[in-house]
Design a binder for this molecule. Structure first.
Ligand code: UFG
Length: 348
């Protein structure tokens, strides 16, 4: 097993200054890993690296560059061939933007992945955890959705990059002796309990939770609820919201599974959700309960590309990984609200 001079296993986190990445860096450090972050800061802030240091007492080693740059990626690997594993978060993730500029998304999300795989092949780095998404399932025919459920035709370029990335990985691992675990996230919400790191959406948020908290703090007039005529109990769409801290823990488990040679094949896939679905109105109620505030909202038409309902069958991940999401929707909303309030005080 590869160890550094301090006998700590070294893990690279790409996109480690981002939302899920930063929480995962914290979790890895708290579990005794030495973490190196690569981030181009296109959609994140260098201050996040300092905040991670405040939380854990250790500021991770940070390299600011774009993984689409083949030469820079190669020189990074040349001096870090002793990596025990890589968690690859770095990617563009805005659905609407991906439809306006598909090539920007294909180039960024796919070329960076291929550069990383090339580095792993050339410098014999064995273990990769890949950030995938429940978006690959589209609207599943059966709920809850299992890892074996079919991948449906993508509804967005962003979703397509996740599907294509999974395919690239599936065919590459065997050829190059690389082990991969693809984690299909459901809907990540919430922030670290310290309120030192959390989600920092660029511009007007697309996602529900940051839109709710920004409305409550007064940055937005009101939340638009996209559609009230879905075939669900209250007419609004259902998602499996998962606390970002639970999600971060699952990455540590995945890394340990590969390092400990516990994987069942070269390419494994796990759903990361809670297994419970909540509607948009239930999410609003939860926020109102934990914040003690009424949230102004209005119903508007459906958002194009939205699916009606999806939640995870988590039994395979729970059994195989020995991991289970611990936090509930109220915990997610409470921490998201605490983070928004900290942001309003200028804590970024
Ligand atoms: N919603 C609103 N108003 C808003 C924002 C969202 O009503 O202002 C609703 C959506 O219609 C949806 C639910 O809240 O029913 C959740 O929406 P999000 O945008 O938070 O999450 P999505 O499930 O749409 O998005 C997720 C991931 C994306 C992924 C997408 C694919 O966050 O990365 O699934 O469908 F691409």
């Amino acid at each position: 097993m590869k160890k550094t001079s301090e006998q700590k296993l070294k893990v690279l986190v790409t996109g480690g200054a981002g939302y899920i990445g930063s929480h995962t860096v914290v979790a890895l450090q708290q579990h005794g890993f030495r973490v190196i972050v690569i981030d181009n800061l296109f959609n994140s802030h260098a201050g996040v690296i300092d905040r991670i240091g405040e939380i854990t007492g250790v500021k991770p080693e940070f390299h600011e560059f774009d993984l689409v740059d083949t030469d820079k990626t190669d020189s990074f690997f040349a001096s870090n061939a002793d990596l025990a594993g890589i968690i690859h978060f770095a990617a563009y993730k805005a659905v609407g933007e991906s439809m306006e500029n598909p090539l920007m998304y294909y180039r960024n999300n796919l070329v960076s992945l291929m550069n990383i795989l090339e580095g792993m092949r050339n410098y014999k780095v064995a273990n990769l955890v890949f950030s995938s998404s429940c978006t690959v399932y589209g609207q599943p025919d059966e709920l809850p959705v299992k890892e074996t459920s079919p991948v449906k035709e993508a509804l967005s370029v962003y979703g397509n990059t996740k599907q294509m990335s999974e395919e690239i990985l599936r065919f590459s691992v065997g050829a190059y002796g690389i082990k991969t675990i693809a984690l299909r996230y459901f809907n990540p919400v919430g922030a670290h309990e310290s309120a030192l790191i959390g989600e920092l959406p660029r511009g007007v948020p697309n996602n529900l939770a940051p839109f709710i908290t920004q409305t409550a703090i007064g940055r937005r007039d009101r939340l638009s609820v996209f559609g009230s005529d879905y075939n669900t109990p209250d007419g609004t769409p259902i998602r499996d919201y998962i606390h970002v801290v639970d999600l971060a823990e699952a990455h540590v488990v995945a890394v340990n599974r590969m390092i400990g040679n516990k994987t069942k094949s070269d390419y494994e896939i796990f759903n990361l959700g809670t297994g419970k679905g909540y509607s948009v109105l239930e999410a609003i109620r939860s926020f109102e309960k934990v914040s003690g505030q009424k949230l102004p909202y209005k119903f508007v038409g459906r958002r194009s590309g939205d699916i009606e309902q999806v939640w995870a069958d988590t039994s395979y991940a729970n059994r195989e990984l020995g991991w289970k999401a611990e936090k509930d929707l109220d915990d997610m909303m409470r921490s998201a609200w605490k983070w928004e309030q900290a942001l309003a005080k200028g804590n970024k």
